[in-house]
Design a protein around this ligand. Sequence first.
Ligand code: HEM
Length: 331
Amino acid sequence: MSSLRIGPRPFLLLCRFTLATVILNVATGAAVRLSDSGLGCPDWPTCSQRRLTPPLSLHPVVEFGNRVVVFVLVVACAATMVAAFLRRPVRRDLRWLSGGLILGVLGEAVLGAFVVYSKLNAYVVMVHFMVGMGLLAVSVVLTLRAGHAAGRGTLAVDRASLWLTRALLALIVAVMAAGTATTGAGPHAGGKGAKRVPIGLEDMSRIHAEIVLAAGVLLVVLLWVLWKSNAPAHNQDAGRILLAVMVVQGIIGYTQFFTHLPAVLVGIHVLGASTVWATALWFHHGLSDHRAEPEDAGSPGTDPGATSGLRPEAEPTVHAGNGSGAVVEPV
Ligand code: HEM
């Protein structure tokens, strides 16, 4: 086992696959709720007492499909963690992130059981959803970090842009929390008799949409600051992509609201929320320049990054390209 080594490239591919399963799991989880299929398979791990697989009807198939995705997700996360320990060069940050991911996924499975036990209590469902978004964040950061050498990188933009981006991330978290409370106030409980959020759907939607608007304004200001400070073109492009994704998600949000929340649109909105969140994290990560990690960077036995978490070839360098002040910043 100890002679087994995994290079940066296969590890990165595995991280991407795991990220895809995390997003797929968000989608199939939403499909279960929106089609009221939570009890489509009355038994576990078999679908029913007599059969492993579901009968060919909607609810059992949707619920069983979600179980299959969860199984693939758990296997992918476990494989990623094992691979992080076999990866050369050694990267402690990737080990921590992949370890956190598998623990979080197992924790989320326990929370899922509480969701059923609480008879789909809206507050428990909200926590379940936000933890899911937390796991998505870990998976995105893991994948982004696996794509370059270890180390803090060099901030490529000015400090104002960095802080505005951090504020934007916080606002997007608030948008998602208000969104899941809107779901808790709305008609898509996932089953009958569930405890709901005692706020009118219209009021909760308005609060949710107002925070979205604040996030949109902040992003426009940020784009202006990036442009004024002559930030690198790829950062400005990434900011515009984020704005485009948020606008599309906002249009979907209003459309579903005014069309009385058809399940398909609500499902697309859930997937859109994951896309907004992942894009925002990608934008934030891109504010720092990182060195590429050569495929043969680590020969067995040489492990300078194992104790410090910062490999010598990735020591922060002064970035003088855009007059931004060349600040070294962990991103
Ligand atoms: C960046 C833009 C947006 C993001 C990231 C976002 C995110 C979310 C999230 C995370 C949820 C909860 C999903 C769930 O619990 O399964 C949600 C639900 C909802 N959102 Fe948004 N949203 C955005 C824009 C909007 C806008 C502009 C509206 C317009 C009113 C809107 C209306 C709704 C409604 C009505 C629900 C409840 C749907 C249901 O019954 O499940 N959203 N949103």
